[in-house]
Design a protein around this ligand. Structure first.
Ligand SMILES: Cc1ncc(C[n+]2csc(CCOP(=O)(O)OP(=O)(O)O)c2C)c(N)n1
Ligand SMILES: [Mg+2]
Length: 370
């Protein structure tokens, strides 16, 4: 089994001080949001195993505090780019859960009109600019968006979320270098969940304290406990303030991925002890204990919040199920690439080439017309 620094240890190495907020409503809202993301993801996993959702499906289970803290710190006018593990972020950007679930189901009322699926949620109005399946693909794009803001003299910032594994991609370093040189308004957020598929951070990164990578570009950076939504929010607010003032920032959040890489991954690379230890890394349970100790959360309220979340998710599924599949003839309507020579752009069911008449002398061995 690969060596692994436990999340608890990784968090105690976190230099960010803990801060308390007295705003009861805000704390309860954090809890509600985290529970909603958890229930949404669990329901998505069930729908996937029932073959209602196709393609790939990656969940934010274990990252609810990180997602909630980060999204609460962004202004509505800020732009967000993420990787493929993004359902929770879409919820955090206040996109209706029904439209998110409909996208997972590949339906017409989905945020990307049913053509994107789980990995490609996109909503211009909510300023969620994707949803990217290529590891690191979003990082140069987000940097370009920050350049556009800077060029136009805007006051918005860009938040670019990625996983720990993404910090080993060349485009990550190229982007940080350019952002630092050009003082772009961007916060790079590394969600360190300890694993890139089945490979631990310690096995993949020469410097496993990932926030330190920013030093190569003289970029300010910090590491924060990703299981604490309040700490994440405050670290993100400071990072955004830095970005807006022309100093891009690298923020590392440390949490755990509670399940496999995607819904179909049984995570066999974890020992039984490691899997058992994950229960202690559940950010929702930990936050509930904390709020209860502060007298903000009772058992009744926990039950009520959970029931509300289940209700929202059930409605989201009903909305998705009622939405029609997109019409096949819209398949190429939203593709970005310009037409490529010899690309037939055929629709499903259409032949690759127009078949030549039988017995034609010009017929080649693979059946194509010469
Ligand atoms: C360029 C590229 N290489 C490899 C893959 C296959 N792949 C998909 S997810 C993943 C791991 C990424 O890990 P991390 O950045 O930590 O994100 P996490 O899944 O933990 O959120 C890999 C290698 C890919 N999608 N794109
Ligand atoms: Mg990871």
């Amino acid at each position: 089994m690969a060596t692994r620094t436990s999340a608890a240890k990784r968090r105690t190495e976190t230099p960010t001080p803990r801060t308390e907020t007295r705003d009861t409503d805000a704390l309860l809202d954090f809890y509600r949001q985290m529970v909603l993301i958890r229930r949404f993801e669990e329901r998505a996993a069930r729908a996937y195993t029932q073959a209602e959702i196709g393609g790939y499906c990656h969940l934010n289970l274990g990252e609810e505090a990180t997602v909630t803290g980060l999204m609460s710190a962004m202004d509505p006018s800020d732009y967000l780019f993420t990787n493929y593990r993004e359902h929770g972020y879409a919820i955090g950007r206040n996109i209706a859960p029904g439209r998110i679930m409909a996208e997972l189901y590949g339906r017409r009322d989905g945020v990307s009109k049913g053509w994107g699926g789980s990995m490609h949620l996109f909503d211009l109005e909510a300023r969620l600019l994707g949803g990217y399946g290529i590891v690191g693909g979003q990082v140069p794009l987000a940097t370009g968006a920050a350049l556009a803001i800077d060029y136009r003299g805007g006051t918005e910032a860009v938040v670019c979320v990625m996983g720990d594994g993404t910090t080993n991609i060349g485009a990550f370093h190229e982007s940080l270098n350019i952002a630092a040189l050009w003082n772009l308004p961007i916060v790079y957020v590394v969600v360190n969940n300890g694993l890139g598929m089945g490979t631990t951070v310690e096995k993949a990164a020469g410097e496993p304290e990932l926030y330190k990578r920013a030093a190569s570009y003289r970029m300010p950076s910090a590491r924060v406990d990703g299981n604490d939504p309040v700490a994440v929010r405050e670290a993100a607010l400071a990072a955004l303030a830095s970005a807006r003032s022309g100093r891009p920032f690298l923020l590392e959040t440390v949490s755990e991925r509670l399940k496999g890489h995607s819904v179909v991954d049984p995570a066999k690379y974890r020992t039984r002890d490691e899997a058992e230890a994950l229960k202690a890394a559940d950010p929702i349970a930990a936050f509930a204990v904390r709020l209860a100790a502060d007298g903000l959360l009772t058992d009744e309220l926990i039950t009520e919040i959970d029931a509300d979340a289940m209700h929202v998710v059930a409605d989201a599924v009903a909305f998705a199920e009622a939405s029609p599949h997109p019409s096949v003839d819209t398949l190429f309507d939203y593709t970005y690439a310009t037409p490529v020579p010899n690309d037939s752009r055929r629709l499903p069911g259409e032949p690759l080439f127009t078949p030549a008449p039988l017995g034609s002398a010009s017929r080649t061995s693979n059946g194509a017309s010469a």
